[in-house]
Design a protein around this ligand. Structure first.
Ligand SMILES: C[S@@+](CC[C@H](N)C(=O)[O-])C[C@H]1O[C@@H](n2cnc3c(N)ncnc32)[C@H](O)[C@@H]1O
Length: 452
C-alpha cells in the first residue's frame, strides 16, 4: 500500500532522521520535500513549521509527555516518540490545528506502525495533554519553555558566556524562526530591490537590515531564489550577520585577501566585490566539493576567485604559498549562535565537542597567521556565542603567537557596532535578541610589522 504523504508525515520523517541518525534537519527536510512533489507551498511551509518548531521545544515537550507516560519517553521506539512530540507541539503551539485532529492523526500513525496496543497508550497520554494544553497554552512562560528545551550542559555553558539572563534571552529568541537574509551586492540598490521584492511577493514581509547595508530580511517569502533579482545575480541568499562578518575584514580595493575557511563562498563574494579588479581573493577549504560550488556561485555573480585551495589547516598550509594583506578565518565551530535556525543542534551537539573544536580553531588560526603579511589583518569569526570558542581561543592564539595583537575593526559597520556594544572594540559578539542576526563572535587582529 502506498503511504499517504502529508505535511505531518514529512515532518515526522525529518524528526526521526534527526533523532535516529543525527541528520541535519535542513538536509533531511530538503530531501523529504523533494521526495514529495505532491505537496503544495502551504503544506511545505506547514511541514517546515512542524519539524523545526518541534525541534525547538522537543525537550520541553518530552518532559510534558513524560508526566503522563507509564514508561520513560526516551525508551519508546523513536517513531512513536516522534508522533507524540509532533502532536504535543500541535496541542501547545499550533492553534490552527484542532486539538482532536492533532491527537487522532498521531494515534492513527502509531496504530499503523505499531499496532492497537501502542496506539491506545499514545491516545491515553495525548488526551490528558490535550486537556492541559486547553487550559495552559495561552499563558505559557516561553522563556521557561526555551530554557527547559536546551540540554542543561548547554544552558550552563551559555550562562557562563552571556550571563544567566543573557542565556535565557538568547534561548527565548531561538524559539522564533529567524528571518531569511538577502544580500544585495550593490548596497546603494537595496531600496530598489526592496520595492521589487515587495511587489513580486506581497504576501511576504521584507525589511531593510540594520546591521549590514546590503541586507534585506525576508519572512514568509517561500522559495526566495524564484524572486526577481536572484537569477540576474543582483542579490544572493545570505544571513545578515554573515554579511557583517565579511564586511568586518575591511578589505579595500587592491588588497590580496585569503578566505581561509571559505566553504561554498558565502562570504567570498563580498570580499571579491570589495577588493575589485585590482585586488585578488583566494579561497581555501577542507572540502574540494565546496570549492567547486564556490566557483559556480561566484561565476553566477560575475566574480572570480584568483585561486581555490583544498587545505587541511590542522596539518599544514597545503599549496597556499603566498602571503596576504587580509585573512578571514570563518572557523568550524559548535554553531551555538544559530540555534534558532538549526534547532537540530540541541540533539547533535555534546559537551565534549567543545574541546575538539577549540583545539581545531587554534590550529587553523596558527597556520593561517603564517600566511599573513607583516602589518596584515586577520578577522577570526565563529557562529558561536560561547567564550570557549571566542575570547578563550583568541587568548590561546595570542599566547602562542606573540606577533599578533588585537586591533580595532576597520570595516565600518563592525567598527561602529563594536564601539557601541562593548568597551573594547577589537571583539564583537552579535546576538539574535540584540541585533536580529544569528549569533557570532568576531575578533580583529593585526600582525606586528617586523622591527629591526
Ligand atoms: C563555519 S564554516 C564557514 C563556511 C563559509 N565561510 C561560509 O560562509 O559559509 C567553516 C568551514 O571550515 C571548513 N573546515 C573545517 N575544518 C577545516 C580544516 N581543518 N581546514 C580547512 N577548512 C576546514 C569547513 O569545511 C567549513 O566550510
Amino acid at each position: 500500500m502506498k503511504k499517504e504523504v502529508s505535511a505531518r508525515s514529512v515532518a515526522a520523517e525529518v524528526l526521526t532522521r534527526v533523532e535516529r541518525d543525527h541528520a541535519f534537519a535542513s538536509a533531511a527536510l530538503d530531501a523529504e520535500i523533494a521526495r514529495s512533489p505532491q505537496l503544495g507551498p502551504r503544506d511545505r511551509a506547514l511541514a517546515t513549521e512542524l519539524a523545526y518548531g518541534s525541534l525547538r521545544v522537543r525537550r520541553w515537550l518530552e518532559g510534558r509527555l513524560g508526566r503522563h507516560a507509564t514508561r520513560p519517553i526516551e525508551k519508546l521506539d523513536p517513531r512513536v516518540r516522534v508522533q507524540l512530540v509532533l502532536a504535543a507541539f500541535q496541542l501547545f503551539f499550533l492553534e490552527r490545528v484542532p486539538k482532536f485532529a492533532a491527537v487522532s492523526e498521531a494515534v492513527s500513525a502509531v496504530r499503523t506502525s505499531k499496532g492497537p496496543e501502542v496506539a491506545a497508550f499514545a491516545n491515553a497520554i495525548l488526551r490528558k495533554l490535550a486537556r492541559e494544553a486547553e487550559a495552559e497554552a495561552a499563558g505559557l512562560d516561553l522563556e521557561a519553555v526555551a530554557v527547559e528545551s536546551a540540554p542543561p550542559w548547554l544552558f550552563e555553558t551559555l550562562s557562563r558566556s552571556l550571563g544567566p539572563a543573557g542565556a535565557r534571552a538568547y534561548l527565548r529568541s531561538a524559539l522564533m524562526p529567524p528571518p531569511n537574509g538577502i544580500c544585495v551586492h550593490n548596497a546603494s540598490a537595496r531600496d530598489h530591490w526592496l520595492n521589487r521584492l515587495r511587489d513580486a511577493a506581497p504576501q511576504a514581509e521584507f525589511e531593510a537590515g540594520t546591521i549590514s547595508p546590503h541586507a534585506i530580511r525576508a519572512r514568509s517569502a517561500g522559495r526566495l531564489h524564484t524572486l526577481p533579482g536572484y537569477a540576474e545575480g543582483a542579490w544572493t541568499l545570505q544571513e545578515e550577520g554573515s554579511q557583517l562578518v565579511a564586511l568586518a575584514l575591511g578589505a579595500r580595493p587592491g588588497d590580496a585577501v585569503l578566505d581561509a575557511c571559505a566553504g561554498r563562498g558565502n562570504k567570498t563574494a563580498i570580499l571579491a566585490g570589495a577588493v575589485g579588479p585590482t585586488g585578488a581573493v583566494d579561497a581555501a577549504d577542507l572540502h574540494p566539493a565546496k570549492l567547486v560550488r564556490l566557483r559556480t556561485e561566484l561565476t553566477r555573480l560575475g566574480l572570480t576567485p584568483r585561486a581555490t585551495y583544498a587545505v587541511d589547516w590542522s596539518v599544514g598550509a597545503g599549496e597556499v604559498a603566498g602571503t596576504y594583506d587580509r585573512i578571514l578565518v570563518d572557523a568550524p565551530c559548535s554553531g551555538t549562535g544559530t540555534l534558532g535556525r538549526r534547532p537540530d543542534l540541541y540533539i547533535r551537539r555534546a559537551p565534549d565537542d567543545l574541546a575538539r573544536l577549540t583545539a581545531l580553531q587554534v590550529a587553523i588560526l596558527s597556520r593561517t597567521v603564517d600566511r599573513l603579511k607583516p602589518g596584515g589583518r586577520l578577522v577570526y569569526v565563529v557562529c558561536s556565542v560561547l567564550r570557549e570558542e571566542g575570547e578563550e581561543v583568541v587568548e590561546r592564539l595570542l599566547a602562542a603567537r606573540p606577533e599578533m595583537e588585537p586591533t580595532p575593526f576597520e570595516g565600518e559597520p563592525a567598527a561602529r557596532l563594536a564601539t557601541e556594544v562593548q568597551a573594547g572594540d577589537t571583539k564583537l559578539r552579535l546576538l539574535p535578541h540584540k541585533h536580529g542576526t544569528d549569533g557570532y563572535f568576531l575578533a580583529s587582529l593585526v600582525k606586528r610589522a617586523a622591527t629591526c
